[in-house]
Design a protein around this ligand. Structure first.
Ligand code: ZN
Length: 317
């Protein structure tokens, strides 16, 4: 076996994962490189479309407008680029953590920065940025049914990164890179699409986590076969360096999901099924106290750098 991230060759341990989100249950072998730690699917299925069933994405952006949305937008604008007395006050009264992923990239953002969200799904995050005044924020997703407009401007384009023109100040991958076959090629492309000094933010699930060690094949973010790569911190650091980036910051942002999702997998409860905590919390097997305990445990794991996901803030030299 050949690791597609670090190039190491060996007889790596194989894990026979099954599809669990929809309960399809078919088998997808993965292996974990013992040099860089990257857990990766042995071979990518030909027909991935069948694993993105109806409801995987809902390409219906929320309506904007109304007083409440305007208040939230002012607060968010302060959270993203700072300034604004009203926004500052609102952010004090009701702080948001929605944009904490920006880390050191925040200092470089201006209201007119060109921001691209790659694999943006329904474009929910791009819409928040637009409403906050970031008029040059755009999302792309190859699985979008059609282009989506907002206030007379494209919000989500049905596109891939290689088809995009122009240069960007910030390119983001929020849990999309792990779905892409060519990890290095994709990040090299992102590098080329950035202006010098621009930032790239990559948020991914991590196999160098307590959740993978503890739950193994029931780990909910393994998500076979949709996740082709479950990086370790080491394999991510290697990958981004090979793409030319310097890594400015790593922020662990795992949540209670790693516990309740994996516990459900252990008990054979499909993530998209009627008893799932994400579908109907009242019918789920967890009490509010269980979820609160999972939240507390996730925060501790993030502090210990053992949470099952993190955001990497990268910079083009
Ligand atoms: Zn490797």
């Amino acid at each position: 076996m050949l690791c597609r991230i670090c190039g190491s060759e060996g007889e790596f341990q194989v894990f026979n994962a099954t599809e669990k989100m929809y309960g399809i249950g078919d088998l997808h072998p993965y292996f974990q490189c013992n040099q860089c730690g990257c857990l990766q699917i042995c071979s990518i299925p030909d027909d991935m479309a069948r694993y993105y069933g109806a409801g995987y994405y809902s390409f219906k952006p929320r309506k904007s407008g109304g007083l409440y949305r305007r208040v939230v937008a002012a607060r968010n604008r302060h959270a993203v680029i700072g300034g604004g007395l009203a926004g500052a006050l609102l952010n004090k009264l009701q702080p948001t953590k929605l944009f904490d992923f920006l880390g050191p990239a925040k200092a470089a953002l201006r209201i007119d920065s060109a921001v691209l969200d790659v694999g943006c799904g329904s474009g929910a995050l791009v819409l928040l940025l637009r409403e906050a005044g970031m008029r040059n924020a755009l999302g792309i997703d190859p699985f979008a049914d059609a282009d989506l407009m907002h206030a007379g401007q494209p919000l989500v384009r049905r596109s891939t990164l290689d088809a995009m023109d122009g240069t960007f100040d910030l390119i983001m991958f929020h849990h999309s890179l792990e779905h892409m076959p060519d990890q290095l090629g994709t990040l090299r492309l992102a590098y080329q699409c950035l202006r010098p000094g621009g930032h790239c933010i990559v948020r991914v699930p991590l196999s160098s986590s307590e959740a993978w060690a503890h739950y193994g094949l029931d780990w909910v973010q393994l998500d076979a076969p949709r996740h082709f790569y479950l990086h370790s911190v080491d394999s991510m650091q290697r990958l981004v360096r090979d793409a030319g980036f310097s890594c400015e910051h790593v922020r662990f942002d795992s949540t209670a999901f790693q516990f309740w999702g994996s516990e459900q997998n252990r008990k054979g409860i499909a993530l998209s099924g009627p008893k799932s905590n994400s579908v109907n919390p009242d019918a789920s097997i967890f009490s509010a106290a269980d979820i609160a305990a999972f939240d507390a445990r996730a925060r501790q794991l993030n502090t210990d750098k053992r949470g099952d996901q993190a955001g990497f803030v990268l910079r083009r030299a």
